[in-house]
Design a binder for this molecule. Structure first.
Ligand code: AMP
Ligand code: TRP
Length: 347
């Protein structure tokens, strides 16, 4: 689809609705918090309709131990709630409990083209050289993601940089569906990638993304870390010997310094320029304790609340069950209409 065809339909006429999902594949980091969860909570607080999903069906595109998947799904739900996502104001649920996701994904498997899927950088990275051994689900993953989004006619999807390509594919699927069936049924969803922390980097290497899969625990702040651990990791974070600059340009070739300033900005809801206006000229010996205090202040209550919720798994399960019911109320008529458009008798 060309751009003109996409923007001709766009999201006009659709109620603004935010959708996003996170895989319960274990271990939440400060990167997940700043790049995803905090922004999800901000969208909710701005008064937009928000739908958030634990995408357990995406998680099993690579092997997941069943007991671990259950624990990680509940831990992720606890992470959402502890980050300020209110299950009354937002819809919070796990994907597998709303069967419409799998049903719409099948339709989209028949809309998307093999060539589109093969171009996905996440597929290339995850399947690697041994793509013959990768699951079929891993290849079809972006069509399921498109179903997640379009099942709610979501207009906006907050994601990290790494997911931009998948949201663009979602736009292509919506546009091709609309075009092939001669309808204007699915919105052309906008990815929302903004803020100082769409890419939080490792505390040990400013050129690598902070990730749960990094072998060094010192490279990341986990959302379950307690106050002492958080402060210690920031104290030990890699830096350079220079003082902090007063303007953002001064961070260009200083990935570690830039990362810590970005984290400070995101945690304190300021721009990088505002932070540097304040801390420019300071040495790391002075800045790190400031950052440690801020990070402990913001993150320790979240890890405390997560621990409390994890002691009450039935409370979490009840929240997810109620969320799935509310999700279905939106999803079910949209799937029904899709079936009608496609020509399925009985829909
Ligand atoms: P993942 O844990 O990689 O499945 O990512 C879940 C969500 O968190 C996605 O929206 C990612 O873009 C976001 N995310 C993960 N790691 C980072 C990071 N280091 N910086 C910013 N966002 C991240
Ligand atoms: N693919 C996303 C990730 O790995 C997770 C995801 C699944 C998602 N469905 C989504 C994100 C829908 C946004 C919208 O992070």
């Amino acid at each position: 689809m060309n751009d003109a065809a996409q923007t001709a339909h766009g999201t006009t006429g659709f109620t603004p609705r935010v959708f996003s999902g996170i895989q319960p594949s274990g271990g939440l980091t400060l990167g997940n918090y700043l790049g995803a969860l905090k922004r999800f909570a901000d969208a909710q607080d701005a008064g937009t309709e928000t739908v958030y999903c634990m995408v357990d069906m995406h998680a099993i595109t690579v092997w997941q131990d069943p007991a671990a998947l259950k624990r990680q799904t509940r831990e992720l739900a606890a992470g959402f709630i502890a980050s300020g996502i209110d299950p009354e104001r937002s819809i919070l649920f796990n994907q597998s409990q709303v069967a419409e996701h799998a049903q719409l994904a099948w339709i989209f498997n028949c809309v998307a083209r093999m060539g589109w899927m093969r171009r996905m950088t996440q597929w290339k990275d995850k399947a690697g050289k041994n793509s013959e051994e990768a699951s079929l689900g891993l290849f079809a993953y972006p069509a399921l993601m498109a179903a997640d989004i379009l099942l709610y006619h979501a207009t906006h999807v907050p994601v990290g940089e790494d997911q931009k390509q998948h949201v663009e594919l979602t736009r292509d699927i919506a546009a091709k569906f609309n075009h092939d069936y001669g309808v204007d049924f699915f919105p052309i969803t906008e990815p929302v990638i903004e803020g100082a922390a769409t890419r939080v980097m490792s505390l040990r290497d400013g050129s690598k993304k902070m990730s749960k899969s990094d072998p060094s625990d010192m490279s990341r702040i986990n959302m379950t870390d307690d106050a002492d651990t958080i402060a210690n990791k920031i104290r030990k974070a890699r830096t350079d010997p220079e003082a902090l600059p007063s303007e953002a340009e001064g961070l260009t070739d200083r990935p570690e310094a830039r990362n810590l300033v970005n984290i400070y900005a995101a945690l304190s809801d300021q721009s990088v320029a505002e932070v540097l206006a304040d801390v420019g000229g300071k040495q790391f010996s002075e800045f790190k304790p400031m950052l440690a205090e801020l990070a402990v202040d913001k993150m320790a209550p979240i890890s405390g609340e997560m621990a409390r919720l994890m002691e009450n798994p039935s409370e979490i399960d009840a929240i997810l069950a109620r969320g799935a019911e509310r999700a279905r109320e939106i999803a079910s008529p949209i799937l029904k209409r899709t079936y009608e458009i496609v020509g399925m008798v009985g829909a």
